[in-house]
Ligand binder design. Structure first.
Ligand code: PMP
Length: 308
């Protein structure tokens, strides 16, 4: 039996599960990396850990400095978790619309949460973060939307894990994009190692990648209002835009048929994987990422048919 030394050593190396009950066309096999097995409950624990390490290692702030970040929530939880056991203070700037569960978890882990108006979106949160930076000393903002460390974290962790888990037998990689860090990092790694892999981004309606206008969506954690600097279209072969209805309907199916308690961005990723399965060769291997759990969206009615 392995005894883990402290919770931080449990970040990453999440399980990969093959879906076995939902009927998939063309005898395609769909595998999902269960990122809610991370100790802070999401794919962004990986980023929080590498950013706090970067802050300390590169002397961006003193050992009792402040990290300020604009976040939809999961990166905030990842940062707050990584800062536990240090004297670093974390301030998360979160648009009001994002789930209360995530904001409560950030506070429980010792972070401060500053809300910005829902209608100002992530752009508003980033502006507020910059304002706070100007007012404080000994502070640093990772700036996940423009920080190469974001995709690099996934290049060095998620990408190699996926290749190892499937022993390189991967035809299609599908992931959602919010900051795009998860997708870009893992897709770049996989394309370098396995040049034949098709890489597919998924986004909600109201995201700009497929040329749409920015707009509201219920699917939480994915969707872009602008193109982050590190997004390189050479690494995406296809973009699927998934409606909220489709994402939430798959959340329901994944829960009832597979026992997977996943959030709406996982439902969207699965919808995109199913679209790919329709045209994939017989028996193809599709691997995707389920970024977090439904438990942090219960108060937002993620299970529409279930009594609150
Ligand atoms: N799903 C959820 C629930 C998230 O919180 C995030 C992070 N924004 C993502 C997907 C997408 O990850 P990334 O920011 O790396 O694109």
């Amino acid at each position: 039996m392995t005894i883990y030394k402290g919770i931080h050593s449990l970040i990453g190396n999440t399980p990969l599960v093959e879906l076995t009950h939902i009927p998939i066309p063309n005898k395609v096999r769909i595998f999902a990396k269960l990122e809610y097995f991370n100790p802070g409950g999401s794919v962004k624990d990986r980023l929080g850990q590498s950013l706090i390490r970067e802050a300390i290692r590169d002397g961006k702030i003193s050992s009792s400095g402040t990290v300020i970040e604009a976040t939809a929530g999961n990166t905030g939880i990842g940062l707050a978790l990584a800062a536990v056991g240090t004297d670093i203070h974390v301030i998360c700037v979160v648009p009001k619309k994002f789930s209360q569960e995530k904001q409560i978890l950030m506070r429980a882990l010792g972070a401060e949460v500053v809300n910005t108006p829902t209608e100002d979106g992530m752009t508003g949160a980033i502006a507020k973060m910059k304002e706070l930076m100007n007012r404080k000393s000994d502070c640093w903002s990772p700036g996940q939307f423009a920080n190469q460390a974001n995709p690099d974290t996934y290049y060095h962790t998620l990408g190699p894990e996926i290749e190892r888990d499937l022993q390189g037998r991967i035809d299609i990689f599908v992931a959602g994009a919010g900051t795009g860090g998860t997708f870009m990092g893992a897709a770049r790694y996989l394309k370098e190692k396995l040049p034949d892999v098709k890489t597919v981004i998924c986004e909600p309606e109201g995201s700009i990648l497929n040329g749409g206008d920015p707009g509201p969506h219920r699917t939480e954690g994915i969707g872009m209002e602008f193109l982050p600097s590190y997004m390189d279209p050479a690494y995406f072969d296809e973009i699927h835009t998934i409606s909220d209805g489709e994402a939430f309907s798959y959340v329901d199916q994944l829960t009832k048929q597979e026992g997977l308690l996943v959030g709406s961005s996982s439902g969207a990723a699965f919808a995109a994987a199913m679209r790919e399965a329709e045209t994939a060769r017989k028996g193809a291997h599709i691997v995707t990422v389920f970024p977090d759990s439904s438990e942090r969206y219960l108060s937002k009615g993620i299970y529409e048919g279930v009594e609150q």
